[in-house]
Design a protein around this ligand. Sequence first.
Ligand code: GLN
Length: 491
Amino acid sequence: MELYNLPVHELHRLLVERQVSAGELTATFLERIAAVEPAVKAYLTLTREQALAGAGAVDDTTGRGEILAPLAGIPAALKDNLCTRGTRTTCASRILEHYLPPYTATVVERLEQAGMVSLGKTNMDEFAMGSSTENSGFGPTRNPWDPERVPGGSSGGSAAAVAAGEAAYALGSDTGGSIRQPAAFCGVVGLKPTYGLVSRYGLVAFASSLDQIGPLTREVRDCALVLQAIAGHDLRDSTSAHVAVPDYTAALTGEIKGMRLGVPREYFPAGMDPEVKTAVRRAVDKLEELGAILEEVSLPHTEYALPAYYLVAPAEASSNLARYDGVAYGHRAGGADNIIDMYCRTRQEGFGPEVKRRIMLGTYALSAGYHDAYYLKALKVRTLIRRDFEQVFAAYDALVTPTTPTVAFKLGEKVGDPLAMYLSDLFTIPVNMAGLPALSLPCGFSQGLPVGLQVIGRPFAEATVLQIAYAFEQATDYHLARPDLGVRGEK
Ligand code: GLN
């Protein structure tokens, strides 16, 4: 397999054995980006010079005989809602097109300390609102498995970059599915950690009670390595949890004998793609073959998660996005007569249609007279959803479900129908509402497109989630498949 198609842990071995230098590795990824980026469009900003300089620094340390950390010298990509000091951070929005953050997100800082080589910032739905990257203010990303199809979203650029060999791993953010749904659509591994495990400092806020940052990788072991580097308490994020971070790779035993796994019946509704259903049912059989005990369970409030999310998330978004007023951040409209006119024009010009829709929904849900009927009611529903999970987790170690109801859809197919677009997060949203960790990994194909299996864990049980995912991955070979982008010398 080509270098750019290898998982992080194998690239690390090659670096340690001096079969390749970080400089050569970075050059390989930059060449790969040059070859496939015109077809995929995963990146909004490339940081070539910075990447080469970072790789040079890592090669200097190996030259001195120092031991390489697991991520040192490995080229990675960052979703463009993670603040990077001096490198523009757009959130794929016109309003932040030229925004240069004065500080760096904690997760990025931690990866830099771990020796990351940063290749650039990836495309996304504007302010992470969407499921296809079609809401990007700078054009959509394409699915490496089929350029006519979406890569998912909102971390579509990050997922596509990893799937296309344009980065060895990437960071994304997940408010209602934005790591797991694109991971499923692009055939990679994506983990949304427990709310509070990973610092949100420097993540441009969408819905602060739901947002989490997490890895997108080719293999489960890589996911454990990246999580290890970014997890843990951060003084700069008051919602970050005071929990000990375990050794995640220690959980990768391949053993799941006797584990009790629940399969929620609400996650196989009538309208879903039958081939996705079949692939997930087969994955369930595989887990049983590996010695786990699988039983059907029920999460009765599942159907209310999506409507409640579309009150809570827009409410928080309408508040978070109030700061883009043309004064402190980003774009400012010209030609205004007074300050109110300036605010209006700036927001009119700077935000795309989905962001405006969310601001209006959220403002309405929070407004006097409607607050109790909508926002407060949604918070109560959120509690019921969390309780459903708590009850099931009293008897089960984890849950397995499909990540999405369908495989990647065609570009343009759902842009005119927001509800259809929202429904692609049917199985991922309840997890955010309950603050739980969940991972998507490849479990099959339908019409040549990847299908994702979702493993949901108890709060802070990332190790268990990784353990289950790893056992499944090692017993199957879906993670070894790579898309054919029709470039010479591929595979
Ligand atoms: N697709 C969902 C939304 O549009 C979730 C997005 C996300 O997780 N950032 O809100």
